[in-house]
Design a protein around this ligand. Structure first.
Ligand code: PMV
Length: 307
């Protein structure tokens, strides 16, 4: 029986989450938790199989409506709306933790379907289909999750424009899951309400986060990881000020800093989800990872971006 797979991966926002929704620049990194979508022929309908839902596409839960819309649009575009298929999703990415699971799953499915029907897929077409899924998942996404799920290198993202970033010295990261599920749509609307009530606060907050993003880009290019660490700390303070951090995340961020991280911050939508810490060596990375586990992190991952 014929089957093909599409792949993608998770993402980490290094700097600029939330501000990116207002057209500020942000830096995001591909993070090696993988998603594979296996496409194969079956005898009836379209079946989705995954850890969160298995069954006919039409009965997919409301939470996954974006995936349904995306699959249906792709099949119409491929002139295969009546084909009988099974789409099996194998994902290593925890959901609702700011790791971009929804975008990565959509990217893997669209890639899988195009490859199953042996049709060439350019980035613009892929983005359009994944955007459909993301609108359901996030309301008005900036597009950074999708852009990173499609990229193999760190990216600079602003208003949909993507620039690949060079890294000149290894960046050793620890990612820790606070154990609480964040709701990006909710935190994004809270920030919108805060900003719309106070134009001065909005302008100042966005200006400071823009300065941080540009400085982080230049620190990455120069390999100045000490400076990059300080900027991550500053970015976390800005995120606290707009109300998207919480005690559990702050506790992990402070623990990482006390354990010798060069810098630490929450990553993604906040209100729970994950934080990241930058370290200067592989040894320090492993050490901080176990310190964070002892401090209550539900799960931690270590990863290095090599130049
Ligand atoms: O999907 P998350 O939780 O990593 O958050 C995405 C980043 C935000 O800037 C908070 C929202 C967006 O659409 O860019």
């Amino acid at each position: 029986k014929r089957n093909t797979s599409g792949f993608s991966h998770s993402k980490i926002i290094l700097t600029g989450e939330h501000a990116v929704v207002y057209g500020n620049p942000a830096i995001a990194l591909p993070f090696p938790l993988k998603v594979e979508a296996v496409i194969e022929e079956v005898t009836s309908g379209i079946i989705v199989e995954s850890t969160f839902y298995t069954g006919p596409l039409e009965q997919i839960p409301t939470k996954l409506e974006g995936i349904r819309a995306c699959i249906q649009q792709v099949l119409i575009a491929l002139k295969r709306p009546c084909d009988k298929l099974k789409i099996t999703i194998h994902s290593q990415i925890p959901i609702g933790k700011g790791l971009g699971s929804s975008a990565a799953i959509a990217v893997a499915i669209v890639r899988g379907l195009f490859s199953f029907f042996e049709t060439k897929l350019d980035d613009k077409t892929l983005s359009a289909f994944v955007h459909t899924a993301e609108v359901y998942a996030h309301g008005s996404p900036s597009g950074i999750d999708m852009a990173t799920a499609m990229s193999d290198t760190p990216i600079w993202f602003q208003n949909g424009d993507i620039v690949r970033l060079e890294v000149t010295s290894p960046l050793h990261f620890v990612i820790a899951d606070s154990g609480r599920i964040g709701n990006t749509q909710k935190s994004v609307s809270r920030v919108r309400a805060l900003y719309s009530n106070d134009e001065v606060l909005k302008a100042d907050s966005l200006r400071r986060m823009k300065v941080i993003a540009f400085a982080a880009k230049s620190a990455m290019a120069k390999g100045d990881i000490q400076k990059l660490g300080k900027l991550l700390n500053e970015n976390h303070s800005e995120l606290i000020q707009i109300g998207v951090s919480e005690d559990g995340l702050n506790h992990l961020v402070n623990t990482a800093r006390s354990a010798g991280a060069l810098g630490a911050k929450l990553t993604g939508g906040g209100d729970g989800g994950c934080m990241l810490a930058l370290t200067d060596s592989k040894e320090k990375m492993e050490e901080i990872s176990s310190t964070l586990t002892s401090a209550g992190a539900q799960q931690t991952w270590c990863f290095t971006i090599e130049p």
